[in-house]
Design a protein around this ligand. Structure first.
Ligand code: PEP
Ligand code: MN
Length: 374
């Protein structure tokens, strides 16, 4: 008994030392109708031993225990006790990522771009940096159409080791030069902790790919960098797991996490992934963090990217990240889902109609720029 109590105290000390304002954890233990007094008392004793306050409500047929405390007993463990009917967790398992903890939207500033404010921010660029010319041409095209942030991969997490793996540092240099030339910030994927210094040198935002959403070593390390982290949802991750991954970065001290829905794997095969648009309002409700949408990976086909992008903006995302390529039919990765610059241009024009309809703004400049023949 004594040992367990000391362990519980150590746990809350650890949480405090993480700088977390650990508000109380709440759960409700519903006992069986036929639970005996001894069973009820055993559960209460164990919860008290875990450092929880237990408020017992003895009804005519059932006893219900309200449980509050600084530690987080495993509900599944309590459910295994004799006489327990059900354990309901009331508070979320993540704190720093939750709206309960921070009710106001988080706005992340990258240069003069604000992510999470009224403006819908569009990030666009090729899946991978391939050549100097490809990067330059694509950057100019997306910037002209209204993109505020340039995207492009130099380290690619390909399903097959025989697929194009990215140009590495040479790709980062191309991406940086084009971003600077066009006056855009740059986001690029970091696959491993060893790549952090290199990505940090060239990029403004670290992208954590879907396949790395639960690379906890990487997430912990990104808790210590001073640049924002764009965290994609894992291919088979629940929203709760996704927010717990964000919590890893936040609890390390980096408050600038941007979430990105990019489609999940379901039984459907008509699209590359199933783009979970409902995740947008769900996460906006649960969390104060900005939520982006990536309909390129969500749909996997360029003819379906624009409808999904329109829907994502209508659903309330704070921005989009889109794959655009100057010559997508010859792209070395994700060509099928990469838009032609003209398609991207048209999509931006449509978003300029949709965004204001839901009280959001979006880049309005390009029309004037086009008039000057740039
Ligand atoms: C990408 O952005 O090119 C990419 C690999 O994305 P995801 O991690 O979502 O598959
Ligand atoms: Mn891609």
């Amino acid at each position: 008994g004594r040992g367990a109590a000391a362990g519980a105290a150590g746990d809350s000390r650890r949480q405090r030392s993480l700088g977390m304002n650990m508000e109380a954890d709440h759960m409700v233990v519903v006992m069986d109708e036929r639970a005996t007094e001894l069973q009820i008392e055993t559960v209460v004793a164990r919860l008290v031993e875990l450092g929880m306050d237990v408020h017992r409500s003895t009804g005519v047929t059932r006893t219900v225990l309200g449980v509050v405390g600084q530690t987080r007993p495993d509900p599944g463990l309590i459910e295994m006790f004799e006489g327990v009917h059900e354990v309901l967790r009331i508070s979320e398992p993540y704190k720093l990522a939750s709206r309960t903890f921070k009710p106001d939207n988080t706005i992340i500033t990258v240069g003069d771009v604000r992510i999470g404010g009224d403006e819908v921010i569009v990030m666009a660029g090729p899946c991978s940096a391939e050549t100097e010319q490809q990067v330059r041409t694509t950057a100019a095209a997306v910037r002209r159409a209204g993109a505020k942030i340039f995207r492009g991969g130099a380290f690619k997490p390909r399903s097959s080791p025989y697929s194009f793996q990215g140009l590495g540092e040479e790709g980062l240099r191309m991406l940086r030069d084009a971003s600077t030339a066009e006056g855009m910030a740059l986001v690029s994927e970091v696959m491993d902790i060893s790549q952090i210094p290199l990505i940090e040198k060239y990029c403004d935002i670290f992208q954590v790919g879907a396949r790395n959403m639960q690379n906890f070593t990487l997430l912990k390390e990104l808790g210590h960098v001073r640049k924002p982290v764009l965290l994609k949802r894992g291919i088979a991750a629940t929203i709760e797991e996704w927010l717990l991954s964000a919590e890893y970065v936040l609890s390390g001290g980096n408050t600038d996490v941007i979430l990105c829905e990019r489609g999940i794997r379901t039984f459907e095969t008509a699209t590359r992934n199933t783009f979970d648009i409902s995740a947008i309002p769900v996460v906006k409700k649960l969390s104060h963090l900005p939520v982006l949408a990536d309909p390129s990976h969500g749909a996997g086909r360029r003819d379906m990217v624009a409808p999904m992008a329109r829907a994502a903006v209508a659903a309330g995302c704070d921005g989009l990240i889109l794959e655009v390529h100057c010559d997508p039919d010859r792209a070395l990765s994700d060509g099928a889902q990469s838009m032609f610059p003209a398609q991207f241009d048209r999509l931006m024009a449509e978003l300029r109609i949709i965004a204001p309809a839901i009280g959001r703004s979006i880049c309005l400049e390009p029309v004037a720029r086009r008039g000057w023949g740039s």
